[in-house]
Design a protein around this ligand. Structure first.
Ligand SMILES: [Zn+2]
Length: 101
């Protein structure tokens, strides 16, 4: 799914319904944020040392909100916002265990 303004609005609405519309930055205390025009995925690894080749078995799909004053950036889990329908999820369990991402 392409990231559109409509999708950004939907993510904002979901975020506000979960966190409220009066969210303040934890660093500077201001309350103005922008949403990035794309998704972020926090890759999860379970082996060390981490060999980063962008081949994580699983990850956390996130929307990225950035404080317009100080740049503090929040990654909010799209699944926790109830937006599973905008993701194309691979529901197969990871090697040797249960899905936990
Ligand atoms: Zn800030």
């Amino acid at each position: 799914m392409r990231f559109t303004e409509e999708l950004a609005n939907r993510i904002w609405q979901a975020f506000e319904s979960h966190a409220g519309s009066n969210v303040h930055c934890s660093l500077c205390g201001k309350d103005q944020f922008t949403i990035s025009d794309g998704f972020a995925v926090v890759d999860l690894f379970d082996d060390t040392p981490i060999k980063y080749e962008r081949k994580a078995r699983h990850g956390i799909p996130c929307a990225s909100f950035t404080c317009t004053t100080c740049g503090n950036t929040y990654l909010i889990n799209l699944l926790a916002l109830g937006l599973k329908d905008i993701l194309e999820l691979d529901e197969s369990p990871p090697r040797g265990g249960q899905a936990n991402g």
